[in-house]
Design a protein around this ligand. Structure first.
Ligand SMILES: [Zn+2]
Length: 111
């Protein structure tokens, strides 16, 4: 699990349905192409990835993935899912937390 700060979007601007609210405007992030920080994605994955699904954070996370936060209450937030990564806008610590699944032969590196 990795987090990357400094995206233009702030966690607090993303509502529980996966809409991005900014300056009074609201835009669904479903179908949006998000820039995925190079530090967290695999080299062969695209740097902009389409959000194909939104899921409830609660269904996937028991606690905040950020080890400095570790809040047991992830609230009613959302996780934005792309084919290669997941983005959790963590309101508990106001961070955009990217998660990438371990895969195939890469497993050993992360075991
Ligand atoms: Zn947190």
């Amino acid at each position: 699990m990795t987090k990357v700060n400094g995206l233009m979007m702030k966690a607090e601007e993303i509502d529980d349905e996966g809409n991005w609210e900014q300056d009074g405007r609201k835009m669904s992030l479903l179908g949006a192409h998000l820039p995925v920080p190079s530090g967290i994605r695999y080299e062969m994955d695209p740097d902009r990835q389409e959000v194909i699904m939104t899921v409830k954070a609660k269904d996937f996370l028991d606690e905040c993935p950020d080890s400095n936060c570790g809040s047991k209450d992830v609230g009613d937030g959302v996780i934005l899912v792309t084919p290669w990564a997941k983005l959790f806008p963590a309101k508990c610590c106001d961070q955009m937390i990217w998660m990438v699944d371990e895969r195939g032969e890469m497993n050993e590196q992360y075991a």
